[in-house]
Design a protein. Structure first.
Length: 324
């Protein structure tokens, strides 16, 4: 039996059991066990790419309890999902692919967003166009990041040798201050750290990531396979809830920004700026995972030396829980 058939059978069985069971045919203890919600611990970072984690406050689940687990770095969240300390996490696409290639049993069940990153440079610096990046120090959050791909892509397209740009790793929260103090000339990272620099009047946007790679994927919801096999109905409920949350963010950017404070710790005005100025800077549409998007990312990883080999992603990318 293949994965899709297994999951569908599990979902059908769960529904059929619920319909056929009589309230008089189970003991109070068994009935309590049936009513107990499945807790899913979902890891995230306090970035606007991960705003769907607000699902834990916005949705009322019948059979699932979502426990957000906040991390401060990509290595920490990666180690947590590898160790099974959390049930799922929003991961950068290159990180998820790399973990899958290493044999970590994960499935990508939903995109967290599209677009949403920026190249930010210091105000007043002589960086007004892509060609001005030559000889500059640019920070990225991780070698295994979509941002590393985006930076190398724009350098290649403008015939700028990567060797002519000093690329360094840096934790995103440090980037605005590093820019202000002159430690770096610019950075490419997920929002709201680009908007933060704008609000601090120390940085300005050189380029939006959507203008480097239109509607690119970046952060993806990865779920441990053991959780999928054991609780497919809860994973389905989680995905459905996040689809609803995506719609809420799209249609109510101001309210969404206010509700994000508990999860992101950012000023609502900064988050609203990311969601609206300009429109499409960060989007929460077309979140069904398409294998072509993941294959495109893997191809860039190979082209830019981020990965040494490519693998089939057929069993990694799952649309089993996504409607439409």
């Amino acid at each position: 039996m293949d994965r899709r058939s297994f999951i569908k059978k599990g979902l059908i069985f769960t529904g059929a059991a619920a319909l056929s069971a009589s309230p008089w045919s189970v003991t109070p203890t068994l009935r309590a066990a049936e009513n107990r919600k499945v807790k899913l611990k979902i890891g995230y970072l306090p970035i606007t790419d991960h705003m769907l984690i607000m699902v834990s406050n916005l949705e009322k689940f019948q059979r699932t309890e979502v426990e957000p687990v906040k991390f401060s770095s990509w290595p920490d969240i990666s180690e947590a999902i590898k160790a099974g300390a959390i049930d799922g996490a929003f991961l950068l696409t290159p990180i998820g692919i790399t973990l899958y290639k290493k044999g970590i049993p994960l499935q990508a069940v939903m995109l967290g967003h599209r677009n949403g990153s920026v190249i930010t440079v210091k105000v007043g610096k002589s960086i007004k166009k892509t060609g001005d990046l030559r000889g500059k120090t640019i920070a990225i959050p991780s070698p295994f990041s979509t941002h590393n791909i985006l930076l190398r892509k724009i350098l290649l397209e403008n015939k700028i040798p990567v060797s002519s740009v000093r690329i360094i790793d840096m934790a995103p929260p440090e980037m605005p201050v590093a820019l202000a103090t002159g430690r770096i000339d610019g950075y490419i990272v997920a929002e709201p750290f680009g908007a933060q620099a704008e609000f601090m009047s120390v940085g300005e946007i050189l380029m939006l990531s959507r203008d480097i790679w239109k509607d690119h994927i970046c952060c993806v919801l990865n779920i441990n396979e053991s959780v999928i096999k054991k609780h497919p109905e809860s994973v389905k409920e989680l995905v459905d809830g996040m689809v609803n949350t995506a719609g809420f963010i799209k249609n109510n950017p101001k309210k969404a920004s206010e509700k994000s404070v508990d999860f992101l710790g950012q000023k609502p005005g900064v988050v609203e700026h990311v969601l609206t100025k300009p429109k499409g800077r960060l989007t929460f549409e077309h979140l069904k995972p398409e294998i072509s998007d993941f294959e495109a990312t893997q191809n860039y990883m190979a082209e830019f030396g981020i990965a040494d080999r490519k693998v089939s992603l057929k069993n990694y990318v799952s649309t089993d829980f996504f409607e439409g």
